[in-house]
Design a protein. Structure first.
Ligand SMILES: CCCCCCCC/C=C\CCCCCCCC(=O)OC[C@H](COP(=O)(O)OP(=O)(O)OC[C@H]1O[C@@H](n2ccc(N)nc2=O)[C@H](O)[C@@H]1O)OC(=O)CCCCCCC/C=C\CCCCCCCC
Ligand SMILES: O=P([O-])([O-])O[C@@H]1[C@@H](O)[C@H](O)[C@@H](O)[C@H](O)[C@@H]1O
Ligand SMILES: [Mg+2]
Ligand SMILES: [Mg+2]
Length: 209
């Protein structure tokens, strides 16, 4: 379900992203520059606006710059220049951006005295990082881990919708979104563990351990 959403959303975005990618390449901009600039933009939106309680502006800025995560890979593929360092930089910068988003949300909730929701935001930060780590570790060991109901796009959408609604006056939307996200993130870690366990058993000499 999450995969179907991502694949169709990506296909829809392609029409917008490809002409922008072509223009940037023509202007001599590299995919790595876009990766870093997109992360700086997310930091500004999250820390400069979201953390200070400007949730709607923060969410909009974060959305625009988070979407450059589609642009960098598209540029790399178009120019035939996908690189190992680019892939490493892309994933590493995603962790920086995610930390800024959830750190900003936790900070703002702390300024409001809503400590249970601060705990939820910190849980999302920690478990979201674990979701990505499990995949990166599995891939580093030569396996695949392309599964789970709450991959990065879904995680950002859930916190984004919660932040946007709370910014528009629906007070409990962000806390509810955070607890929901913490739950689906834990579930995703479980899905990935099971998936990797199955593959690892097949790969061990003699199989089935
Ligand atoms: C405003 C509040 C939100 C409410 C409404 C939300 C509206 C949002 C509008 C549209 C959302 C549409 C969703 C988009 C779906 C995209 C689906 C998808 O496929 O996503 C995957 C992408 C890309 O991931 P990845 O980086 O893995 O792929 P790449 O194509 O880049 O390929 C990687 C390979 O490319 C090579 N490479 C890469 C870089 C490089 N420099 N060199 C290279 O060689 C290399 O081979 C790599 O391996 O993921 C995304 O696009 C992320 C999507 C983020 C979705 C944003 C939605 C955000 C919503 C809200 C966030 C707000 C939070 C604010 C919180 C409150 C305030 C603090
Ligand atoms: O693992 P996850 O966070 O759900 O999803 C994401 C991967 O699908 C993506 O390829 C990578 O660039 C991101 O950094 C992130 O790891
Ligand atoms: Mg990317
Ligand atoms: Mg990425």
């Amino acid at each position: 379900m999450a995969k179907i959403f991502q694949v169709s959303a990506r296909a829809g975005m392609t029409r917008v992203v490809e002409p922008v990618a072509r223009g940037l390449l023509k202007a001599g901009v590299t995919p790595n520059t876009v990766t870093v600039a997109g992360t700086v933009g997310v930091l500004v939106g999250a820390l400069g606006f979201g953390a200070r309680g400007h949730l709607v502006t923060g969410a909009l800025i974060v959305t625009v710059f988070a979407l450059t995560d589609l642009l960098d890979g598209t540029m790399a593929r178009m120019s035939g220049g996908s690189t190992r360092f680019g892939a490493f930089l892309d994933s590493s910068m995603d962790r920086v951006a995610d930390s800024a988003v959830f750190g900003a949300v936790a900070y703002w909730l702390a300024t409001q005295g809503d400590y249970p929701s601060v705990a939820a935001a910190l849980l999302c930060l920690a478990v979201g990082g674990l979701v990505s780590y499990v995949k990166a570790r599995a891939e580093g060991l030569g396996m695949t881990c392309n599964v789970g109901i709450a991959e990065r796009t879904e995680r950002l959408l859930i916190v984004g919708v919660g932040g946007l609604l709370t910014g528009l006056g629906v007070d409990r939307a962000l806390p509810i979104a955070l607890w929901l996200l913490a739950a689906v993130s834990v579930f995703t870690v479980g899905q990935r563990m099971v998936h990797v366990h199955r593959q690892a058993r097949q790969l061990e000499p003699g199989g089935q351990r």
